[in-house]
Ligand binder design. Structure first.
Ligand SMILES: [Zn+2]
Ligand SMILES: [Zn+2]
Length: 206
């Protein structure tokens, strides 16, 4: 898997979708992701292209003897950084492991009101995809918003900024994984389940 990258248009300068402040690179526990933060500490992430579902379905049955007797933090860091483990790690689980390792989330979802390319105000516009909210600035940069993810096509490649998820969203996601279903279970290795269950977001869940 390749590390995330920021497209040309945003490399010299980009803006916080929540407040319009300038985004600069910040530290993150995910070695393949890029964290961008503004002076008000609103954080956004560019994730690497995740593995295909056929790969992530191999995670539950994978063997990693090196994970025996490891602390949850070590297990989470291993899954994010080991190339074999990462190549079968579900993208949403990667996000949750990062949130758990960094021990932070926001109390509320971040608003997405400013264009990352020019910092101009975004307003909603009509577009055919009912699953996303279409947002556009006065320079015609258009974005599709869904669940805290602001996506666009820049040049010929897709690009998305993900807002730091709110605590309630993280709790919901963790509880969904712990509750399990036939589609999720194949993606969830025992060691990752333990990390989720032991985290502050998983306590009290199934
Ligand atoms: Zn901001
Ligand atoms: Zn713009």
């Amino acid at each position: 898997m390749h590390a995330a990258s920021v497209p040309e248009q945003l490399r010299s300068r980009c803006y916080c979708p929540s407040c319009g402040g300038e985004l600069t690179c910040a530290e993150t526990a995910d070695p393949l992701a890029i964290c961008l933060a503004c002076p008000s500490d609103h954080r956004f992430f560019v994730m690497p292209e995740g593995p295909l579902a056929v790969e992530t379905a191999k995670a539950a049955s994978a063997h990693f003897p090196e994970l025996e007797h490891q602390e949850p933090e070590q297990v989470a860091a291993f899954w994010l950084s080991d190339s074999v483990a990462r190549s079968i790690l579900n993208e949403q689980l990667a996000e949750l492991l990062r949130v758990i390792l960094e021990a932070r989330s926001t109390s509320n979802s971040l608003p997405l009101s400013y264009c990352p390319i020019c910092g101009g105000g975004l307003s909603e516009y009509e577009q055919p995809d009912i699953w996303v909210r279409g947002l556009r600035c006065s320079h015609g940069h258009s974005w599709a918003e869904r669940g805290g993810r602001l996506g666009s096509v820049l040049g010929s490649t897709g690009f998305a900024l993900r807002a730091e998820p709110s605590e309630s969203v993280v709790r919901q996601l963790v509880s969904g994984w712990l509750k399990g279903n036939p589609h999720l279970d194949t993606n969830l290795h025992r060691s990752v389940r333990q990390v989720l269950a032991a985290s502050i977001f998983g306590r009290g869940a199934a």
